[in-house]
Ligand binder design. Structure first.
Ligand SMILES: Cc1ncc(COP(=O)(O)O)c(C=O)c1O
Length: 397
């Protein structure tokens, strides 16, 4: 019996035939690197993302962090430049900035949401909020955390007003819609990860850089392969970050059922809402402008309760986690390298409230109940916490 909470294993078992088909293709074609699989996947993924305002190109790369790094390079970020991002994200977002010797500047969150605030972004760019670093601001990274979309229209307006690039970090948001259009089609550039736990999961590492600026497509494409032109002459800076043919064929095969898998994630979220809606928790959900893809299911509760529920829940064997225990601005390495970071009140409040419950497309109602029922019991044991009124999954978290 496989572990009901082990998504990569269940996903691998369900798609094992795609892997053997891919190996078969590799043996027949002998093409292992940048062949027909990558070419077909790039076209299919661009089509899957759908129409935006600009012609776009998908460039398959080795992982999501590389996709972010190459997006930053395509945006013209260099050593000493400042790049804005939320502190509440996977550390990979910040790590990509460090690779360029650029300086991360953390933007606080929108009240009540896990995404960066356009108002704070504007204040930092216009200097009315102070920020570390001296270099010019070059880009902002909007992270669609957990699969919840950032408010892209005001963010784009702020970036364009200040003449900087907007990069969408879609690592957790494959399948999320903003104003009925896929995230990844709004910013100047976007980065996707196909790490094995992601909504579109490879059977190893994989990622994609999306370029929505026609004038940057060719340079971005060359940047994943040493900066070579078609005659294999280096004409610019480049790295080695190629999506593997095996992964490309598997991802191409999985695209066919991606929509169905996202609906299944949404079904699991509805089951949680049914089980937990009357508890003293804040549940994630859709908003007026976004349709959630539920990469992660993160609830919120009163900070004093959160600690007790986390510790006691884990002691009783509940599969609970934190995404994330620390904001990037609190990580030892960034403090050592850039000095103490300015406080981010909304981010710090949220970090103390969050709790991640397992969610993936293979969970059934019984598995959801096996988490929700003991969680309800745990919450009831403390008596009523006055902090949160019951909310439905369709309300803004
Ligand atoms: C928000 C975010 N950005 C970037 C990444 C980096 O992706 P990868 O692990 O494929 O390099 C991740 C991966 O966890 C992520 O969650």
């Amino acid at each position: 019996m496989s572990d009901p909470f082990n998504f990569p294993q269940q996903d691998l078992l369900r798609h094992a035939h795609l892997i053997s088909d891919a190996v078969d293709r590799l043996c027949r074609s002998g093409q292992l690197i940048l062949g027909e699989g990558v070419r077909q996947f790039e076209v299919a993924f661009a089509t899957w993302l759908g129409a935006g305002t600009q012609p776009r190109q998908v460039i398959g790369v080795a992982n999501g962090t590389d996709a972010l790094e190459l997006a930053l390079r395509a945006a013209g970020v260099g050593p000493g430049d400042r790049v804005l991002l939320p502190s509440h994200t996977a550390y990979a977002t910040a790590a990509a900035i460090l690779r360029l010797e650029a300086c991360p500047v953390f933007v606080d969150l929108e009240p009540g949401r896990p995404v960066l605030s356009a108002t704070h972004l504007d204040q930092l760019l216009s200097g009315s909020e102070t920020s570390p670093g001296q270099g010019p601001f070059r880009a902002a990274i909007a992270v669609h955390l957990y699969g919840e979309a950032c408010d892209l229209v005001p963010l784009l307006a702020v970036c364009e007003r200040h003449g900087i690039a907007l990069i969408e970090d879609c690592a957790q948001a494959c399948g999320t819609l903003y104003r009925q259009r896929a995230v990844g089609t709004w910013g100047h550039f976007a980065a996707f990860s196909f790490y094995p736990t992601k909504n579109l999961a490879a059977c190893g590492d994989g990622g994609a850089l999306v370029v929505n600026r026609p004038d940057r497509i060719e340079a971005a494409r060359r940047s994943r392969f040493y900066g070579w032109d078609d005659d294999r002459r280096a004409v610019q800076f480049g790295v080695n970050s190629r999506l593997d043919e095996l992964q490309a064929w598997v991802l191409l095969g999985k695209l066919a059922s991606l929509g169905e898998q996202i609906e299944q994630r949404r079904q699991v979220a509805d089951w949680y809402a049914g089980q937990l809606g009357a508890c003293l928790l804040r549940l994630p959900g859709d908003g007026a402008d976004w349709r959630h893809s539920y990469h992660l299911y993160v609830v919120r509760l009163d900070p004093s309760e959160r600690e007790r529920v986390l510790v006691e829940g884990k002691r009783r064997g509940l599969p609970l986690a934190l995404h994330y225990a620390l904001g990037c601005h609190q990580t030892p390495y960034l403090i050592e390298r850039f000095g103490p970071q300015p406080p981010l009140p909304e981010t710090e409040r949220r970090l103390a409230e969050i709790l991640t419950l397992p969610l993936h497309p293979y969970l059934d109602l019984a598995s959801v109940c096996s988490v929700a029922e003991p969680l309800r019991d745990l919450l009831a044991e403390a008596g009523a916490a006055p902090w949160a009124a019951p909310v439905s999954s369709q309300q803004v978290a």
